[in-house]
Design a protein around this ligand. Sequence first.
Ligand code: PLP
Length: 605
Amino acid sequence: MTAVLPALPLSPSRDFERYWKPDGSAQDRAPKWAKYRTDMVSEFPSPYRGQRDTLALQIGKFVEKLDGLRSEKGGPAFLGGNGALTYEYPEVKNVAISQEMGDLDQVLNEVVNLFSGAPNWGNPLTMCNVSPQGNTAAIIASMLSQVFAPNLLDGEYSWNVHRAELESAGMLGNLMGWDPLNTGAIYTYGGGGCFTYGVKYGLTRVLPNSRYQGVRTDAKIICSQQAHYAQQNATDWTGLGMDNIIQVRTDVATNQMDLIHLEEILQDLASRNIPVATVICTMGTTDANAFDPIGKVRELLDRFPNPTGFGKAILYADAVVGWSWIYFKDYDFGLNPLGFSKRILPILRKNGQALEELRHADAVGIDFHKVGWAPYVSSCFLYRNAAEFEALHRRGSDSYLQVRTPYNPMYYTLEVSRTASGAMAGWATLKYFGKEGMQAILGGILESKFYLYDLLMDQPDMVCVNPEDSGLVTLFRVYPEGIPAQEQFEKELTQPGHRDDLLKHNRLTEAVGNRLYEWFRQGKLLEGKPTPYLGISTGFRPASYNRDGTDSEAVVFALKSYPMNVAITPEIMQWVLHCVRAACEEVMATGFDAEPRAAASAEIL
Ligand SMILES: *Cc1c(COP(=O)(O)O)cnc(C)c1O
């Protein structure tokens, strides 16, 4: 039987029908809002196939314009023709929304302009930090996820896109040597976010009442002196408090967590009935690439369980920067199928073995936007026991959002709505690189780092100051002409009698680094070519007579090369040293700041 709908009462809303032409656009006499809407409809992405699609057209046009910001081959390491900052602070904030609706092309042109002067991570002259150019698969995957905006909060709003997160869990779980079916993955806001998840996991497990009654026990977070300062964000924002961090001493030679000191700390806490929430092993520090002995830390933790009434402490591995060395845990070093040089094979093996121990962790932080060549922000918090983690952090019941699929992380994630762009970037990277692609890119960068090291060994006025490090970073100092760098540095590092020299040459190093930065920003040409974009480390280690760091000035400054870039060639590395020498000569000629200055404590990334 067909139901007859009662006629609607005539009301002002009937006008609404009269605003539109048959094609859906506004009539001439329609109000202004309807005309705006007509413009928008043609400029929003088309809902259907086969129509003139503004989105595809505009993306093509504006990606091309964006690409136009890259320099010609051999050009400077920033985008656009000008490296200057285009605003004054805080005056830049003196701006209001315009009255009229904007013009799409004009807004997008302004978007492109915002990139002017930004670092071009893809330029081979860029080697300032662990910031890679994203790989094409990851950039596109991440961009595409914006078009249809799947929401990873639950399955209903992301549907099959959720495979990116679930299969990341599987692929990475397998890589760790865990059971892939019980591995969980949550893509979140950076390595700092992963760290926060690691701390929270510990609080939830160790202090069972804390989820409802708050953190009322001063449970401890234990990490090494070299651990990342994200320890502060995580303890502060979870409400545990930064005073509950205990730092374990590190070995001067290896930068690793000192197990004897850790044991003392655990013993002391146990004797006072104080629980440990999370122990953090840094599996690759940002610059020195030091790995904590996580297998041994696990043994110690098992020997010192928390007092009764408290859950078992979480072992979190902050591997956000070092994780990809795990790709070498089962490389065939005898056969060496990728043909790496003899000199890097032992380092690849050592790094692979250190990371093989990640299997002991309860959870691991992984940044694809660092040594994973993916765009921001694509950090993955990976946990070994998904059933436990997800039950422990469970909020609410199924009834407050209908459950349409088996996987609905909103019940236990920190975020509510969650973009798919990070998961897409990470997943596409895993799929695209495979094992050998990742090994090739990582090993290849280690080869270029050692090429730079060899070059440095040939320069009498320069010295590499981190020759033992197994990571991608080269730290080096340049000295005035005529000073034998190696010998001089040896004295500055070890002899209190050379403290003044150490400080003076720290200032020289900083001045050279700053001069190089100015040159990079100005787009200065030396012999017709642009100069490199390097980093500066203000105090990556104390002098050896200042092990505990009590003398804040007796630390080693260095220029930093972090070559994350796959376009780097031998010529580029030679050019870098040429420019460093030129900058040193100029600084010596013009003089440099003679005031001593304390070391900056935190690096940015
Ligand atoms: C970079 C870094 C972090 C912070 O990660 P983000 O992705 O920048 O939030 C934490 N720990 C280590 C060891 C890092 O290198």
